[in-house]
Design a binder for this molecule. Sequence first.
Ligand SMILES: [Zn+2]
Length: 280
Amino acid sequence: MMGDLTASTDSPRAPQGSSRPKIRLFLEGRYQKLVRDLPQTVFFCPTCKGRGRMKGQPCTRCNGFGKLTKDSVQELIERVAMPRFRSWKSKFHGAGREDVDVRMLGDGRPFILEIMNPKHPMADLTELEDAINRAYPDRIVVKGLQLVPRARVAELKEAKHPKEYAALVRTQSPVAPGKLEALLNRKLMIRQRTPERVAHRRADMDRQRWIELLSAQTLESGDLRILLRCEHGTYVKEVISGEGGRTEPSLSELLGTPCTCVELDVAAILAADPVPAKNP
Ligand SMILES: [Zn+2]
């Protein structure tokens, strides 16, 4: 399939010779992330803010690299896509994001790559998709690439998707099967304060969210394998641990023993909640 020219242009009043982008393409698709060491977007070093240097010396946190990981989903996709569009600048928009150590499985997560001033806007999207998937077969899978109107970026950012998570949970003491069964398939309201690990970049606030335990299995090791459905914006690791009472109730509280999340995967991004109707 050839990409159709759904390019959007900046305001016609932009002054001539301005360096503002003149054409942008919006390439939408979904990505799966098969590994636990890959951030969604460029992971700039917070110490030197991506500069790589502090007071004229190489930054010791990132060894002068400016980033804390070599790659990200964004960079893997750009590395293959950008030469094909003959563009040198892009932005990555995700429908939410998962932690670095969380895999993104199921049907993948919607994203849009915004491509500035492509000199070759007619790249073959089927070939591009194949090329990305051949380049990183064990790390990411990309599918459904298509050019979309610019308005999709706002829709993607605002959509509130419930999600399903598969987690491996370690409990301090064994859990009676009856306790787990009693929790299954019940929507529970929780109160969650912004986790300490993200409080430096997110407003510290309480939120109410629903969660639902869909399945739970005790493994031979004693760990639990659970499938949890959550409202958008739920911090799942803290739903499991409780984070010392910042999330309640938590799995720790409900099972009566401290629980920790050992491994987490996003198993499904469900259809977005309907957008509430505006008042007439
Ligand atoms: Zn640094």
